[in-house]
Design a binder for this molecule. Structure first.
Ligand SMILES: Nc1ncnc2c1ncn2[C@@H]1O[C@H](COP(=O)(O)OP(=O)(O)O)[C@@H](O)[C@H]1O
Ligand SMILES: [Mg+2]
Length: 359
C-alpha cells in the first residue's frame, strides 16, 4: 500500500502542496519548524481522521484561514481518492468522490503506523494511551471492533448520566447495565485474544533494538477480573458515591514488564524509549501479517535519536515494507539522518511549507 499523491490546502504551514510519491523510502529533510512533521500529520490524519499530536481540527488550519483540505490517492488493492475538508462550520469526507456515511467503510483505506516522540507515553503515560494502542490495532484489523467500542463508550456515558441523577431510574439503569456487560464482554474478549499475538512480536522487536537482554513481558490487564456483571453489582455503592461506572474495559490496561518489573516504574529512559518503539514495530508487523502488505510507516525524528545499533533494529521492518511495495516517510535534519539506511531512498527538502524533490 502506498500514498501516490498528497494534496494540501491551508493545512498547518502549507498554503498549497501537490506532490506525487512513489512506493519506497522517502526521507524528508529540513531544519526545525519547516513543516516536516506536518506532512506526516496530514498522512496520519487521512488514515485515522485524527492528529497524532492529539489536537483538534482547528489547530491544523493554516493561521488566518477558514478551513483546511487534505486529500490524496492511495494505491493498494485498488486505487482510492480521499478528500477531506475541515472548518469550524463544515466537515466533509469523501472516498472516491462519494461522501463517507459510515466510518467503518472508510477506515482501512489507508493504513499507517507512526513512530514519534509522543510514543514514549505508551510506557510512561496513563492507561488511556495503552487502551488506545489496543483499540487502534483492533480497529485496523477487525471490521466490527470500532462500532462495538463506540457503542460501549456511549453506554458508559448514558449510564454515568443516570448515576448523576438524584434518584436512580432503576429500569433504565438495569437496561444500560445489561448493554454495558454485553458490549464490554465482547471488547474484553477481543483484547484478550489480541495481546498474546502482539506480545511475541513486541519481544522480538525489543530484542532487535535493545543492547541488553531484559526479558519483556506484555500482559492484558483487564479491570474486570472474572465476571463483569457480578463485579458491577459489587461496586454498586461505590458507583453511587462516585457517580460513575468504575469497572469495565474503559478502565483496562496493558502491563509492560521488563524482567518482571514494571517498565514505567523501574525501566531506564533508554529502556522505555526502546519499548515504545518496539510496540510500534509490533503494530506494523501485526498489520503486515494480517493484511499481507505493510502499512505506510511514518517515522518522525525518532531514528535520529537512536544510535546506529538500535537503528539497525529497524532494518527488518523496512525490508518487509520494501518487499511488499510499501512506503516509508522519515523525517530528519541534515545532521542527524541515518545514512546507513540510505540505500535507494528518495530525498525531499522541506523549507517553510514547501517541498522540493532532490532525487
Ligand atoms: N495552524 C498553523 N498555521 C500555520 N503555521 C503553522 C500552524 N501550525 C504549525 N505551524 C507552523 O509549522 C511549523 C512547524 O512545522 P513542523 O512540521 O512541526 O516542523 P518540523 O519541520 O520541525 O517537523 C512552524 O513554523 C509552525 O509555526
Ligand atoms: Mg518535527
Amino acid at each position: 500500500m502506498h500514498l501516490a499523491h498528497l494534496r494540501l490546502r491551508d493545512f498547518r504551514n502549507y498554503p498549497r502542496l501537490d506532490t506525487d510519491f512513489a512506493p519506497g523510502f522517502h526521507l524528508l529533510l529540513g531544519e526545525n519548524a519547516q513543516g516536516k512533521t506536518n506532512i506526516l500529520e496530514a498522512v496520519y490524519l487521512m488514515a485515522t481522521l485524527r492528529s497524532f499530536r492529539g489536537v483538534g481540527g482547528a489547530q491544523m488550519i493554516r493561521h488566518g484561514q477558514k478551513g483546511y483540505f487534505v486529500g490524496g490517492k492511495v494505491v493498494g488493492q485498488g486505487e482510492h481518492e480521499i478528500k477531506m475538508y475541515w472548518s469550524a462550520r463544515e466537515r466533509n469526507l469523501a472516498l472516491d468522490n462519494r461522501p463517507v456515511k459510515k466510518l467503518t467503510d472508510y477506515l482501512g483505506t489507508l493504513r499507517v503506523v507512526v513512530f514519534c516522540t509522543e510514543d514514549l507515553q505508551l510506557v510512561k503515560g496513563t492507561s488511556r494511551t495503552r487502551r488506545r494502542f489496543m483499540d487502534l490495532l483492533l480497529s485496523q484489523t477487525q471490521p466490527g471492533y470500532l462500532p462495538l467500542l463506540q457503542r460501549y463508550l456511549r453506554t458508559v456515558r448514558s449510564r454515568n448520566a443516570l448515576l448523576r441523577q438524584p434518584a436512580l431510574d432503576e429500569a433504565s439503569f438495569a437496561s444500560f447495565t445489561n448493554e454495558l456487560v454485553r458490549a464490554g464482554n465482547e471488547l474484553m474478549a477481543a483484547r484478550r485474544e489480541l495481546i498474546p499475538k502482539v506480545s511475541p512480536l513486541t519481544r522480538l522487536a525489543y530484542r532487535r533494538i535493545s543492547h541488553d537482554a531484559e526479558e519483556l513481558r506484555m500482559e492484558y490487564d483487564p479491570a474486570v477480573k472474572q465476571d463483569f456483571a457480578v463485579e458491577l453489582a459489587q461496586s454498586r455503592a461505590r458507583e453511587r458515591s462516585y457517580r460513575a461506572t468504575l469497572i469495565g474495559p474503559h478502565r483496562d490496561d496493558l502491563r509492560l514488564l521488563l524482567n518482571d518489573r514494571s517498565a514505567a516504574q523501574f525501566g531506564s529512559e533508554g529502556q522505555k524509549r526502546t519499548l515504545a518503539i518496539a510496540l510500534k514495530m509490533a503494530q506494523a508487523e501485526y498489520l503486515t501479517g494480517i493484511h499481507g502488505s505493510a502499512p505506510v510507516l511514518l517515522i518522525d525524528d525518532v531514528m535520529g535519536e537512536l544510535d546506529a545499533k538500535r537503528r539497525g533494529g529497524f532494518l527488518p521492518l523496512l525490508e518487509r515494507s520494501r518487499e511488499t511495495s510499501g512506503q516509508v516517510f522519515m523525517t530528519a535534519t541534515e545532521e542527524n539522518w541515518p545514512r546507513e539506511l540510505g540505500r535507494d531512498l528518495q530525498r525531499w527538502e522541506i523549507k517553510d511549507g514547501k517541498l522540493g524533490g532532490r532525487g
